[in-house]
Ligand binder design. Structure first.
Ligand code: GLV
Length: 308
């Protein structure tokens, strides 16, 4: 019985150690490796190989090593093959840290103070309490809900949007495309944590950015294609958006000529908001293998029709 890992090989070394320690009955191989394709029951991927069905006739579960599964083309997979995305405590904790850093920084006007510093300008701005700041999260999955929990603890007014209605205590939730403009109108700081699907591609365009209160800020930790970058640049230049913190772009890496690199109101990080932590991820993968064989629902099982 083999688990074949096809993602960052360096991190794969740690996965291999953990499998050897926690599941010695499973042969763990790092792609391309020397695994017998007939023995591969589990495949862990960031970008899957092509012709999965022909290569691995006995594959039972496809694991994504990332929370997002947008690199996986479901139409190229055998219909009955379960796909599981990565929901593990380490990735949730990393995302919470990044979003809190970004929201607190925007809340406390850090990008403005950075610009002031460059001008040697000593200029205090009024300080508004967190309770007067409205923060909205697009996407109410595990990550979105964990982020909202901490934002509430810090005293922010919180709002959430998802394609389907949700009830979250202490957060006003909006469901469905029709209610998106209304949700956006409540966001002084907007955090995008959506999965990338055909429905969410290009969702943050000039019409949606125009629904935000004037001078709102954006934290983009979803996927690059959610955002129409040229519409963001216009919104930054017009003052509709005051600052944007982007961890994801299209393409990645961002092209050297891209104007986002040098825009004074854009802070860029290279898709590091969160990363799967092997130590906690392997526990979840092994628990899912157990659940799979026990016929119990797996954590992070993807609904292929929805795309996440
Ligand atoms: C990272 O972007 C992930 O999807 O885990």
């Amino acid at each position: 019985m083999t688990f074949l890992y096809k993602a960052d090989p360096q991190r794969g070394e740690r996965w291999a150690e953990l499998f050897a320690e926690k599941a010695p009955d499973i042969d763990f191989h790092i792609w391309p490796g020397k695994a017998d394709p007939d023995k591969v029951r589990y495949l862990g991927v960031w970008e899957p190989p092509d012709r999965i069905a022909e290569r691995f006739p006995n594959l039972e579960v496809l694991f994504s090593v990332a929370a997002g599964v947008d690199k996986i083309d479901f139409s190229a997979l055998p219909a009955g093959l379960p796909v599981v995305r990565m929901i593990e405590p380490g990735i949730v904790a990393g995302m919470v840290e990044y979003v809190l850093w970004a929201v607190l920084g925007l809340h406390r006007d850090m990008p403005t103070y950075r610009r002031f510093q460059e001008e040697r300008l000593w200029k205090p701005l009024p300080l508004s309490p967190a309770g007067g700041r409205r923060v909205g999260v697009l996407g109410l999955g595990e990550l979105g809900r964990a982020v909202l929990r901490q934002l509430r603890t810090l005293g922010f007014q919180t709002f959430g949007w998802s394609r389907a209605p949700h009830v979250i205590e202490g957060t006003m939730c909006f469901g469905g495309r029709d209610h998106l403009p209304d949700f956006l109108a409540h966001c002084d700081i907007l955090v995008c944590l959506l999965p990338l699907t055909t429905e969410t591609t290009g969702l943050l365009d000039k019409n949606m950015l125009a629904c935000l209160p004037r001078g709102a800020a954006l934290v983009q930790v979803g996927r690059g294609p959610h955002l129409v970058a040229e519409d963001l640049l216009s919104a930054l230049d017009s003052g509709q958006i005051r600052d944007a913190i982007l961890d994801v772009t299209e393409p990645e890496p961002l092209l050297p000529s891209d104007p986002l690199w040098v825009h004074p109101r854009v802070t860029l990080t290279p898709h590091i908001a969160s990363m799967t932590q092997p130590d906690s991820a392997v526990d979840v993968v092994l628990e899912n293998i157990r659940r799979f064989h026990a016929g119990e629902p797996m954590i992070g099982l993807v609904d292929k029709a929805k795309g996440y």
